[in-house]
Structure formats: structure tokens, C-alpha cells
Design a protein around this ligand. Structure first.
Ligand SMILES: Nc1ncnc2c1ncn2[C@@H]1O[C@H](COP(=O)(O)OP(=O)(O)O)[C@@H](O)[C@H]1O
Ligand SMILES: [Mg+2]
Length: 251
């Protein structure tokens, strides 16, 4: 579905350049849940901006469904760490925002929004404003807003990192359910090893350094199986990811 071919990207800072990607290639199949993990500053967000069409590579090409990505796409949803909610709109208005921006009449989106509010456990707070919500609720509003647009690609930049441990686990389960139900292609950035192994059908470990290099790629076929977190396979995968991040060999 996604093909990143020989991409280069450099940020210009005054007279100097930060080369983040140099001849970088990556493929993502439809229905994959790809997780990017790596030290901060290694280029994870930059890769999401490239996939979202918010940044253009200086060399190489990115294609989605064989179409070059020249700008933002209707079917790509992007969820940022800071939720991106509008403080002056209530939950229902925030959730329906994307549909309203596309000039869909209320009678057409009403049902979709109602269903989404129920599914995300936001029905009771639909008239609340973001300031009246917990971090977990805000993140669910952001997710609901993205999903009402029926994306074929969901990009998420450390979506759960601001949440407390229990809320985080609950939302990880919700993300997993959504991914399984909709076979939605997702690319998620995290710096949590646990989260990477819990959510990724494939995990890409990026090296700390520029330009970005892939330290390792881990296939995680048992992802989403019942009680995966409690299994020895899960533990082994987390250990492996950790060893790659630490630049060592598997112990
Ligand atoms: N707008 C920018 N201008 C200059 N340098 C930038 C800019 N954005 C990011 N960088 C640099 O590019 C590198 C990768 O950034 P980023 O993709 O945000 O990393 P990550 O998300 O992995 O923490 C970092 O070294 C960062 O300092
Ligand atoms: Mg980042």
C-alpha cells in the first residue's frame, strides 16, 4: 500500500542542514500495524509528516496505492500527541468537525457521529468541552474524529504517551480492537517498548543518529492474540526490541 523509495530529507537551519533521511526506503502492506520506535530526535515524527504529505522529500518518492503523495490525502488520518482538539467546540462538535468541514449535511453525518460517540465511550460527555475531559477522553475524541472520516491509513505520533498507565492500557486495547475490526493500515510512533510489542504487527527500530537508519525489523505475528501481554513470546519480543535499542546483541 505504501512505498517509500530512496527518500532524502534535510531540514535547513540557517546555513547548516540536518540530514534526517538519506536514501531511505520502506514498504507497508495494507492492514499492517507498523510501529516505529527509536530515541527522540531520530526522525520518527518526520517520517509520519512525509507519509501524511505534510513534508515533501528532497529526493526519492513516496507512493500510496501507487499514487505519488504530493500533499495531504483525504483518506489519511493523522493523530498528534497533543490531540488537536478545538477548545471552544464540545465533544460532539469536535468529533463531527471533519465531516462538517467536508460540507456533509447534519442529517447525513448525525448517525455516524452518534455511533462513534457510543463506541468510544463518549456519549455521556458529548456536550463537554475539552477542558472538562481527562487525557484519555481527549485522546478518544481525537480518535473518534479521525475514524468518522473512514480513513484507509491512520498515522499516530505518540498518541498515548501523556496518559497514566491504566488509561494507556485501556486505550491500547481500544486501538487494537479498531485495527482488527477495520483492518486499518496504521503507522504508530511510540517510545514504549511494551506498547510497540502490544500494538505492532511489525516493529521498526530506528537508530539514534542522523541520517536515520533501521537497526532492526521485528515481525510480531502473535500481536492481538488473547492475553498476549502475559505470554513468554511477548516478553521475548520486548527483550529483543530493547536489545536492538541498546545497540547490543540479543542476550
Ligand atoms: N523544523 C525543523 N527544523 C530543523 N530541524 C528539525 C526540524 N524538525 C525536526 N528537526 C530535527 O530533525 C531530527 C528528527 O526530528 P523528529 O522527526 O522530530 O524526531 P523524533 O520524532 O524521532 O523525535 C531531530 O534532530 C530534530 O532536531
Ligand atoms: Mg517526534
Amino acid at each position: 500500500m505504501i512505498e517509500v523509495s530512496h527518500c532524502d530529507l534535510a531540514y535547513v537551519q540557517g546555513a547548516s542542514q540536518v540530514k534526517v533521511y538519506d536514501d531511505f526506503s520502506l514498504k507497508v502492506e495494507q492492514g499492517e500495524s507498523l510501529v516505529l520506535i527509536g530515541a527522540s530526535g531520530c526522525g520518527k515524527s518526520t517520517l509520519l509528516y512525509l507519509l501524511a504529505g505534510l513534508l515533501q522529500p528532497t529526493g526519492g518518492e513516496i507512493r500510496i496505492w501507487d499514487e505519488p503523495v504530493k500533499g495531504t490525502r483525504r483518506k489519511t488520518a493523522f493523530i498528534l500527541q497533543e490531540y488537536g482538539l478545538f477548545p471552544w467546540l464540545n465533544v460532539e462538535q469536535n468529533v463531527s468537525l471533519g465531516l462538517r468541514v467536508r460540507h456533509m449535511p447534519k442529517r447525513m453525518y448525525h448517525g455516524t457521529v452518534e455511533e462513534m460517540l457510543h463506541k468510544m465511550g463518549l456519549w455521556e460527555v458529548k456536550n463537554h468541552f475539552p477542558s472538562q475531559l481527562s487525557g484519555g477522553q481527549r485522546q478518544r475524541v481525537a480518535l473518534a474524529r479521525a475514524l468518522t472520516l473512514q480513513p484507509d491509513l491512520l498515522l499516530m505520533d505518540e498518541p498515548l504517551s501523556a496518559l497514566d498507565a491504566l488509561t494507556r492500557e485501556r486505550l491500547q486495547k481500544l486501538l487494537l480492537e479498531i485495527w482488527q475490526e477495520q483492518k486499518l493500515t496504521t503507522v504508530l510512533v511510540t517510545h514504549s517498548i511494551e506498547e510497540a510489542v502490544f500494538l505492532g504487527s511489525r516493529i521498526l527500530v530506528l537508530a539514534d543518529g542522523r541520517p536515520t537508519q533501521v537497526m532492526g525489523e521485528i515481525l510480531n505475528p502473535l500481536v492481538a492474540q488473547n492475553d498476549y501481554r502475559q505470554t513468554s513470546e511477548f516478553f521475548q519480543k520486548t527483550r529483543y526490541v530493547r536489545s536492538l535499542l541498546e545497540g547490543g546483541t540479543v542476550g
